[in-house]
Ligand binder design. Structure first.
Ligand code: CTP
Ligand code: MG
Length: 237
């Protein structure tokens, strides 16, 4: 286990899976929020570019909805080809979209790790990618996570009383979430649609520990329209 060669990542051994098949309800635009522009490029392209820039990433698979297929194969085709993105059909739940991406790379012997990254997170830092990739190579499962900075309260008696929660052990989960391919396959084979809020939770359920790697809190997910303004401000810095 301490053999350094075992934790060394070869070029191209990671497949990035980008779930992009949502509809962006909370963003409230008439098309997928991922088509919104940030510095002249759609959000999904920023997310994919950051992964494509890493030498460990050999394949990029993006799960898209039936509704968006004409856009990805039409007006966006040049951007898709520029990053050599493989398009697959996503599903109703985010986990269905991830599974579609996983299935697309399952038989590729050159792939050791899968990095699942929300197409709605355009700002992930290169150093954070390097760190979470290295940790996953070492442990089999690692995710980026940001320490909670807010003061947290637990409501008691229907909110008429409250207690302060110790936040020192609490993090918010980000992406990428990176797993050895066999670990993620086992987790998804056991997944029978029981609700889970992220991929790491499915891996926890098979009893495999998931390491937390400190990631920058500016790796935000574009959820509401104002998040786009925040992303612009972060990029302008
Ligand atoms: N996603 C997906 N397939 C789904 C649902 C979501 O691939 N069935 C993707 C989204 O496209 C996004 C990522 O998962 O890149 C994170 O999801 P979220 O931020 O919730 O995006 P949406 O589901 O599109 O937004 P909303 O929940 O507001 O409708
Ligand atoms: Mg959603």
């Amino acid at each position: 286990m301490n053999d350094p060669d075992q934790t060394k990542l070869t070029t191209g051994c990671i497949a990035a899976v980008l779930p992009a098949a949502g509809s962006g309800q909370r963003f409230g635009s008439d098309r997928n929020k991922l088509f919104a522009m940030l510095r002249g490029k759609p959000i999904w392209f920023h997310a994919a570019s950051r992964l494509a820039a890493r030498p460990e990433v050999g394949r990029i698979v993006m799960a898209i909805s039936e509704q968006d297929e004409a856009d990805f194969r039409g007006p966006f085709a040049e951007l898709v080809n520029e990053l050599r993105i493989e398009l697959v059909r996503g599903g109703d739940q985010r986990s269905d979209s991830v599974r579609a991406g996983l299935d697309a790379v399952a038989d590729d012997k050159s792939i050791e790790l899968i990095a699942i990254h929300d197409a709605a997170r355009p700002l992930v830092r290169d150093a954070d990618l390097a760190a979470v990739f290295a940790k996953a190579a070492e442990t089999g499962a690692a995710i980026l996570a940001a320490p909670i900075t807010a003061t947290l309260k637990r409501a008691l008696s229907d909110g008429n009383a409250s207690l302060t929660v110790d936040r020192s052990e609490l993090y918010s989960a980000l992406t990428p979430q990176v797993f050895r391919i066999d670990v993620l396959r086992r987790a998804y084979d056991r997944h029978r649609g029981r609700p889970a809020t992220d991929d790491a939770q499915l891996v926890e359920r098979i009893g495999h520990p998931v390491a937390l790697v400190h990631g920058s809190a500016d790796n935000i997910k574009i959820t509401h329209p104002e998040d786009l303004r925040i992303a612009e401000a972060i990029l302008a810095r």
